[in-house]
Design a protein around this ligand. Sequence first.
Ligand SMILES: Nc1ncnc2c1ncn2[C@@H]1O[C@H](COP(=O)(O)OP(=O)(O)O)[C@@H](O)[C@H]1O
Ligand SMILES: [Mg+2]
Length: 241
Amino acid sequence: MTRLITVANSAGGVGKTTTALALAVAFAEYGNRTLLIDLDVRSTATYLLGVENPRISVIDVLRGSAPLSSAITATSERFYLLPSDSRLSHLDEKESDLAEMAMRLRRELELQDSPFDFVIIDSPSTLSKTLLLALNMADFAIAPTTLAMTGVRGVLQVLELSKGAVWLGALPVLTQGSSNDLLELLADEVEILSPHIPKSNSVSEAAFTKKSVLNYAKSGSVALAYRELAYFLLERINSKS
Ligand SMILES: Nc1ncnc2c1ncn2[C@@H]1O[C@H](COP(=O)(O)OP(=O)(O)O)[C@@H](O)[C@H]1O
Ligand SMILES: [Mg+2]
């Protein structure tokens, strides 16, 4: 069975793309066949993985004009990518059409010769149709956030927008040892995941090398935290399905 996990927060710069990439790498390391779907019109994950201007991308699959298998590429880190491109900004379908797109993608996932164990969806930093689609498609959702008001507000917004997904929790990122009042406020609404992801220069350094931080700084604090988190999430998901 393929499980879809959406990484969401309507605020930007809160570690969504970093978390989506790290989870894809860690899930693959743990032996899972994993697909990362870039559902952000800004295509940050696609770019970080060294793919530029893909001929076929997620929008073609969502519209049914290309099969999933023709749009997926293998990455050098043992997971697969369904890239995004700027044409995703044209996605402005009615809600009923969005539901159809979600179903089409699900069907395509089921048709794969070797099914994926996990699909991780990186979503945009705007309240948009694309974000709705990402949340509607998900079996599970996780919301990275900085401990700033804008990030926490973004978590509350996606919690409210998501309908069917099981919330794994909010993930504090870029933390520097401090707990704060905002975290307590958030804990009333959703589970706060641990370990928190510490702030480290290795994340931006890794981006320059087109490697994930898990392979760039294998034993660094960020890589260790993401591996531990991935292990915890796998256990949690397997116990729920
Ligand atoms: N743990 C971290 N330590 C340091 N910088 C980080 C960390 N996580 C993310 N960043 C940086 O913060 C910025 C925003 O992260 P990103 O994952 O792109 O957020 P989003 O997808 O929510 O916009 C990026 O420049 C990224 O390199
Ligand atoms: Mg992003």
